[in-house]
Ligand binder design. Structure first.
Ligand code: FNR
Length: 184
């Protein structure tokens, strides 16, 4: 039997009650059995410093290997002060180095942002794309997914509302096709 296709999941929020985590969990729950999703823990990563390129930092090695081994990466993230959260930028930087050992080149990457605001965290999503373009990742371009007024898309128990489940359907189908295809 061939190995399952794997998605490494990065959640840009570190907080326990993250709304982005809730949307990520829903998306993951809709993946077919042929796709395995593994979360990349970014909470324990020391702030990237180029001086560390010559040393071994276990948490850096862990995320680099996890991302390298994955067929695709799904990033679900909030926006902090009109850009991506520092913790997300940190893992992007860590996995882009040492020089010429970046894991991002040709990596399939899909991005979702969610925010209680009307703008859906779009600035964060576009900034993630900007970094990914520079790093030569293969970005899933359609459909874009910036979930606005996202707290209203969650039921009291934290589950995703039926309306938003429907809205996410096209993205989820596109993600499965994107991850499953050899090129997109
Ligand atoms: C925010 N928030 C926010 N929202 C937004 O749409 N644009 C922004 O620029 C910011 N800036 C910002 C900065 C900081 C430091 C915090 C803590 C928050 C609000 C943010 O969208 C909201 O807290 C979300 O609930 C965060 O997502 P999680 O953590 O719930 O997934």
């Amino acid at each position: 039997m061939s190995a399952p296709t794997t998605i490494a999941l990065i959640i840009g929020s570190l907080r326990k009650e993250s709304i982005n985590r809730k949307f990520a969990e829903y998306i993951v729950s809709q993946m077919p059995d042929s796709i395995k999703v593994e979360e990349v823990n970014i909470a324990d990563l020391p702030l990237y410093n180029q001086d560390y390129d010559d040393t071994t930092i276990n948490s850096y090695e862990r995320v680099r290997q996890q991302l390298k081994a994955a067929d695709a990466v799904l990033i679900v993230t909030p926006e902090h002060n009109r850009t991506m959260p520092a913790a997300l930028k940190n893992v992007i930087d860590i996995a882009s180095r040492p020089y010429k050992e970046s894991v991002w080149a040709h990596k399939k990457v899909a991005v979702v942002t969610a925010s209680p605001s009307n703008y859906g965290g779009i600035n964060s999503g576009l900034d993630v794309r900007k970094s990914m373009e520079m790093l030569l990742a293969q970005i899933m371009t359609s459909p874009e997914m910036f979930l606005s007024q996202a707290t209203e898309s969650l039921n009291e128990d934290g589950s995703v509302s039926e309306r938003t489940q429907k809205y996410l359907e096209r993205f989820i189908n596109a993600l499965v096709a994107f991850v499953g295809s050899k090129s997109a």
